[in-house]
Ligand binder design. Structure first.
Ligand SMILES: [Zn+2]
Length: 149
């Protein structure tokens, strides 16, 4: 939910034009992040300071990604920070560290050039309790960059 609320702000950062819809159905363009925050605050009934808090929390998590030292815009890590969860990398390392068979499944699937979506599906089929898609995505991202784990 938090992500859904701040998603327009995150997209705006990447330079796309954002359009809102007024209560009367009239579309309007937003020209600044500040303006967008005002709109989101009104739209969701959440104070702007709370919205900015979530926003910076996400960015901080995303830029402090430890799945890969070379990654500075990791959505799964941003989301983990937003959820007040422990760092995604910790969870991932622990999870895949505790499930070497699952790590093997991922490695084999990667060697067959399968997509992350398919890898996640394979894990769901192979295991009684598969990790989340985000955990798999982060793990695969780190593997692809050749990071030692
Ligand atoms: Zn990450």
């Amino acid at each position: 939910m938090r992500l859904r609320i701040i998603a327009p702000l995150l997209k705006y950062r990447r330079g796309s034009t954002w359009f809102g819809v007024h209560q009367d159905g009239v579309r309007f363009a937003v020209y600044s992040k500040e303006e967008l925050a005002w709109y989101l605050s009104w739209r969701w009934g959440v104070s702007r300071s709370v919205i900015w808090g979530w926003y910076s929390k996400f960015l901080k998590g995303a830029s402090a990604c430890r799945c890969s030292p070379r990654k500075n815009d990791c959505a799964p890590c941003g989301l983990a920070a937003l959820r007040d969860e422990p760092r995604a990398d910790k969870g991932e390392s622990r999870w895949f560290g505790d499930h070497p068979a699952a790590a093997d499944v991922v490695l084999r699937a990667l060697s067959e050039r399968r997509s992350i979506r398919l890898i996640h599906q394979a894990l769901q089929l192979a295991l009684p309790k598969a990790p989340s898609y985000e955990t798999v995505r982060c793990f695969v991202g780190a593997l692809r960059l050749g990071v030692q784990r």
